[in-house]
Every structure is written in structure tokens, then in C-alpha cells.
Design a protein around this ligand. Structure first.
Ligand code: SF4
Length: 345
């Protein structure tokens, strides 16, 4: 079997891993143990080569390696900015490329992960919205973005180092599904990946540090919350349907009123588990003081945080970023209503 035809073990759940060993003739009573060994190698130790799985016999490794792989997808480009932000362009197959971004901030490090290549939605302020959907990423491909970031940040614990004892300060502390695509249109793969990120025998990222951002696929919002328990972010960007219909066209299908109801019903919502509302600042479109007041009214009974995002123009975009003075005035209204530091720089 050629390297390209081999299936990745990354993203398989424990049942699927057991099936791999069953096919190799491993006795039934040893399957669970074997699956959890592989799980541990992938998600605790960062193994990227089946031959490194030294708790398995040589024969077992050879059998696995004939059909499966742990190789990472290819990194086509890596950019590192002065502030430590890193961006990777990753190729998952011919013409299937997506971005992953790591943003360090004081003691926090957030990894922004893509769910799809391209997007079916056409949010008018978004560059990804101009690209057609290529395909959904598999759970393994979503998880691989995390593995690649951990490799590059040298975050895997060194189990040989006696001082370290397999513990190393984390650089990636938070995950946001906020990269390319609409995660709720790739429900099963995103759910499986999120549950893997939170699994206590692996990355063990607290569900309160994992956020899924949606443009507002109302019927799936509560289901994702119930099945994963992660935090929710909404790409809001408009407080009136006529404005939001243009900025985030899925609003025509699920208008603001329905979206807000889905937010109020979000499982586990409380002051400790607030919903983040993303609001891109577009000059003359959604940045008036009346809009700011309407935003405060709209979120009045929802435990929430607001992120005002200065618009970053891209070639061909039809919008301008609001003037800084206007962003500050807008933020002041939000601040006075009790939301702390709402501007994301
Ligand atoms: Fe862009 Fe997200 Fe809208 Fe897709 S859903 S067009 S990725 S903002």
C-alpha cells in the first residue's frame, strides 16, 4: 500500500483503534489495552511514526504500518510574526488546504483551527466566503492541526527527562474553532475532534477553554452544546435583520430572534460560561451609537462577552474598518453596560 493510500490513526476513536488490532489478529482481551496504548502515544507523547510506538511488539508495529500511518499532513507555509503569532498553511490532499493560527497572549495561547476548506456561506466581510467549499475536514485532519502546532511549538513533554517527568508548561491553552468554514456544517467530525481535545487521557484541554464559533446554524447550536459541553461564540456583526442579512446571509434562514433564542437555550449557559459575540467594526454599516445601544439591549438577558473586531480589509472587499475614534465610542457604550475590554486588537 502506498503512503498516500494509508489511513491515519489520528482521529480514530478507541473502538476503531481496537478494530485495527482485531484485524491484525490481536486476542479480544488485549484489544482495549492496545487501543489505549496507541491513543496515549498519539495524544500524550505526540508520536508521528508507527515505528516509535515501542510499547508494541515489532511485529505489531510492522502490521500496523502496512495499512496505517501517523504522518502529519504537509505544512506548505509557516509564518511567524514578531509578537509570536504563527500561521501554518496545511495541505491535506491535492487542492485541499487550510490555515491554522496560534496566537500567544500573556500566559494564554490560543490555537485557531479550521473545520472546512472553503465555506458554503458567503458572509460579505469574510475572505473565506469568496472561496467555494472544497470539502469538510475529517476529525483526524482537524486534530492534526493541533498536532502540527504542538510539534512546531515543541510542546510535547519529554518523558526521558527525569526533572520534567512528562510535564511541560502548555503553550496552547485554548482552542477556538474559528478558522475556515462553518463548524456546524461539519457537525460529526467537529464534535469528535472537540471531544478528543477534551479527553482526559490525551490533550485534556478543559471544555471551558474550547470555543466553537458559528455564523448561526440555529438547529445545530443546542445539539453541539449538549454533545460536547464546549463554549459558544456567535459571529453576530449586525443587530438588525436587514443589516445582518447582508453581512451574514444565513441570517435570512435563521433571523436574529431565533438565533438569540438558541443562545438563551444553550446548555450550561451561566455567568461562568458566557457566550462570546463577535462583532466586526465596519465603517458606516454597523458602527453607529444606536447600533451599540441596540447590541446591549439584544444581549441583555444572555450571559455574554462582546468582542469588537476592527475589520481587516482584503483585496476586493467592499468595506472599510470603522475609524478608531468611532470604535472607541462604540466600545464605551458597551463598557458602560458592564462588558470589560471589548476591543480585540
Ligand atoms: Fe467566513 Fe465563517 Fe461566514 Fe464562512 S461562515 S463565510 S468562514 S465568516
Amino acid at each position: 500500500m502506498s503512503a498516500l493510500e494509508k489511513k491515519s490513526l489520528v482521529g480514530m476513536d478507541r473502538e476503531a483503534l481496537q478494530d485495527c488490532f482485531r484485524d491484525l489478529g490481536v486476542p479480544e482481551k488485549a484489544l482495549r489495552m492496545r487501543a489505549s496504548q496507541v491513543w496515549n502515544w498519539i495524544y500524550t507523547r505526540g508520536a508521528s511514526n508507527i515505528d516509535d510506538l515501542t510499547t508494541l511488539s515489532k511485529d505489531l508495529r510492522a502490521g500496523l504500518a502496512e495499512r496505517f500511518t501517523l504522518a502529519r499532513p504537509e505544512i506548505i507555509e509557516q509564518q511567524i510574526s514578531e509578537d509570536g503569532t504563527r500561521k501554518w498553511l496545511i495541505r491535506f490532499g491535492p487542492g485541499v488546504e487550510a490555515e491554522t493560527v496560534f496566537i500567544p497572549d500573556d500566559r494564554r495561547g490560543t490555537l485557531c483551527i479550521s473545520a472546512q476548506v472553503g465555506c458554503t456561506l458567503n458572509c460579505s466581510f469574510c475572505h473565506t466566503g469568496t472561496q467555494n467549499l472544497v470539502r469538510n475536514l475529517t476529525a483526524g485532519e482537524i486534530i492534526s492541526q493541533f498536532l502540527i502546532a504542538r510539534d512546531a511549538l515543541e510542546e510535547w513533554p519529554d518523558f526521558q527527562d527525569k526533572e520534567e517527568k512528562g510535564k511541560r508548561p502548555r503553550k496552547i491553552t485554548n482552542i477556538v474553532m474559528m478558522g475556515m468554514g462553518e463548524p456546524l456544517y461539519n457537525f460529526d467530525n467537529v464534535r469528535d475532534a472537540l471531544l478528543t481535545f477534551a479527553d482526559s487521557d490525551g490533550f485534556a484541554i478543559s471544555k471551558r477553554r474550547i470555543t466553537l464559533s458559528t455564523s448561526g446554524v440555529v438547529p445545530e447550536i443546542g445539539r453541539m452544546g449538549a454533545e460536547t459541553g464546549v463554549m459558544l461564540a456567535i459571529s453576530l456583526h449586525g443587530v438588525r435583520d436587514e443589516v445582518r442579512d447582508t453581512l451574514v446571509p444565513i441570517n435570512r434562514k435563521y433571523p436574529i430572534k431565533e438565533l438569540m433564542q438558541a443562545c438563551r437555550d444553550y446548555p450550561g449557559l451561566s455567568n461562568a460560561r458566557r457566550i462570546t459575540f463577535e462583532y466586526v467594526m465596519l465603517k458606516g454599516i454597523n458602527d453607529s451609537i444606536a447600533d451599540a445601544k441596540a447590541l446591549v439591549r439584544l444581549l441583555a438577558k444572555i450571559p455574554s462577552k462582546i468582542n469588537l473586531i476592527p475589520f481587516n480589509p482584503w483585496p476586493g472587499s467592499n468595506y472599510e474598518c470603522s475609524d478608531w475614534a468611532q470604535i472607541e465610542k462604540f466600545a464605551e457604550v458597551i463598557n458602560r453596560a458592564g462588558y470589560a475590554s471589548p476591543i480585540r486588537t
